[in-house]
Design a protein around this ligand. Structure first.
Ligand code: PGA
Length: 255
């Protein structure tokens, strides 16, 4: 399976800063990006177009939106639609990032509806899942991942069969306790959670579940990226803080 290295810039960078960092990536990546690796950057909304311009036509580089509302258009003050994201060059979206779930209170049901909506409207979707510290300590890792994934797989309309998902759906496993905390999950914990995720994907969509990439996210840094990406059930990385500087993100991409 090819590997996806994604950057989540959260609420950082204006247009100029975003274009500068994207330019630093685009200047070298087309030459050094190993075959079969894909890089996706999720800038804030206002900078998507700037990054898309810089990445345009560059092999292996894509841009995405961090959030959207699951309706074609309408009276939804403050929200943004899938078509609007596509219009500024987004090819991907995130759904269910832990900050959306836990800071903004998005439910499993809303996240599932958003992921289904984005896929039905032609954007590739990275569905984020992950447990909180107390859930891990209570031994409910399996139950949490099952609940989050089941919400999505059960919300799919009839036309969205498992076979249609590889190539346009990626899963990002991000333990909430490791996001922005500097506490990276150890190799054993990552291997276990990815194993659980893979088994659940296969339960929901059979063999197609083997072909959906599972990324790890949570305090990925240049010095731990190599060990994480080397794990045989890690198909990519979703990087927050360490993706803001081109040099640090490039080290992670090359790890
Ligand atoms: P972090 O963020 O790398 O800063 O922990 C990861 C994420 O939120 O996707």
């Amino acid at each position: 399976m090819h590997k996806i290295i994604a950057a989540n810039w959260k609420m950082y960078k204006d247009r100029t800063q975003a274009a500068t960092t994207a330019g630093e990536l685009a200047a070298v990546l087309p030459e050094i990006l190993p075959a079969g690796r894909e890089v996706i950057v999720f800038p804030p909304f206002t900078a998507i177009e700037s990054v898309a311009r810089v990445f345009d036509g560059k092999k292996g580089l894509a841009v995405g939106g961090q959030n959207f509302y699951p309706a074609p258009e309408g009276a939804f003050t403050g929200e943004i639609s899938i078509d609007m994201l596509r219009d500024v060059g987004a090819q991907w979206v995130l759904a269910g990032h832990s900050e959306r779930r836990h800071v903004f209170g998005e439910s499993d049901e809303l996240v599932a509806r958003k992921a289904v909506f984005a896929l039905s409207h032609g954007l590739k979707t990275m569905l984020c899942i992950g447990e909180k510290l107390e859930e891990r300590e209570q031994g409910s890792l399996y139950a949490v991942l099952e609940r989050q994934l089941m919400a999505f797989f059960e919300a799919r309309p009839d036309g969205m069969a498992g076979e249609t998902l590889p190539g346009r759906l990626a899963i990002a496993y991000e333990p909430v306790w490791a996001i922005g905390t500097g506490k990276v999950a150890g190799p054993g914990e990552v291997r276990e959670a990815h194993g659980v995720t893979r088994a659940l994907l296969e339960r929901f969509v059979g063999d197609s579940g083997k072909k959906l990439p599972i990324l790890y996210g949570g305090s990925v840094k240049p010095d731990n990226a190599g060990a994480l990406i080397a794990l045989d059930n890690v198909d990519g990385l979703l990087v927050g803080g360490a993706s803001l500087e081109a040099q640090s993100f490039l080290q992670i991409i090359g790890a």
